[in-house]
Ligand binder design. Sequence first.
Ligand code: NAP
Length: 312
Amino acid sequence: MPMMEAVRIESFGGPDVLRLQQVLVPSPGAAEILLKVHAASVNPVDYKIRSGKYPAVKSDMLPYTLGRDASGLAVACGPGVTIAEKGDALYAVPAIDRGCYAQYVIVKQKEAARKPSSLDHVMAAAVPLAGLTAWQGLFRHGGLEAGQRVLIHGGAGGVGHFAIQLAKAKGAYVVTTVSKDNIDFARQLGADEVIDYKNERFEHKVSGMDMVFDLVAGETQDRSWGVLKKGGILVSTLTPPPPEKAAKYGVRGMRYTVKESGAELAEIAALIDAGKVVPHVARTYPLNEAAAAHEFLEKGSITGKIVLVVEG
Ligand SMILES: NC(=O)c1ccc[n+]([C@@H]2O[C@H](COP(=O)([O-])OP(=O)(O)OC[C@H]3O[C@@H](n4cnc5c(N)ncnc54)[C@H](OP(=O)(O)O)[C@@H]3O)[C@@H](O)[C@H]2O)c1
């Protein structure tokens, strides 16, 4: 039976619980594709899962292969696959039961799309989970439209740097909060106004927003209600906004979890290939240094994304 390398956890804990192990290469079933992973990104959910703090991955799922997204080549297609043939380059967010810190991963065809042709696999792997999260927060849940005003908290991170570019591509007016070192980065991404959240109070600088996209939570979310106009919406990737707060300000609030979607990944790929969205990869690590990648991301202050390069 063919074997592959995968980074797995057998127990929850710090970066030291990550293990590079030999496991069986899976076989694709109906409507499934075996993807040879060239690169996989590192997302905050990975260290939340690793530490046992993510409710969707409990101890009955151990040993567990980490990694929520990847870019690679289709090497085998199960019956009923129509989106790809052997040899096609794809990128994907598989469901949480299949990890991408591995040489191969099974993706269902509804979870995958053609990799943006203008990007190599390392750049493409930076996109799926963070890009989809930004897309769904802004458009599926926030309903952001051209001409509207959005405040994006955490604009320099993985999700935030895509959110700025997607909102601008839509024709929205974008205000974002970042720390000082990322002010120029956020401007280059197209933000109309950039607020240094460590030295300025965003609620003193903006008002009348149609949407707040909250990638930070805590007191940042709490201080955001007053910047929305009546009927506006606060969408969070983190803490469910208290309904009484939203009611008090005459606005709406919601929290969501990103959903796999090959169709939306295809829309994002089209924007990338049109030059409207450019991923930023801050660092790469080889697969066997996933622990170092986790340590770096967990410290915070990331600009863009971290990607694991998978050999072999
Ligand atoms: N619900 C879902 O489905 C879903 C999906 C994806 C992500 N998430 C969550 O959403 C959050 C963001 O994800 P990500 O991938 O973008 O994380 P990330 O890449 O780690 O980025 C976090 C960013 O937030 C910035 N930041 C920290 N405190 C801030 C503050 N008070 N104001 C403004 N910016 C601040 C950091 O920059 P500096 O510290 O340098 O300022 C960093 O750039 C994570 O907690 C993640 O787990 C949820």
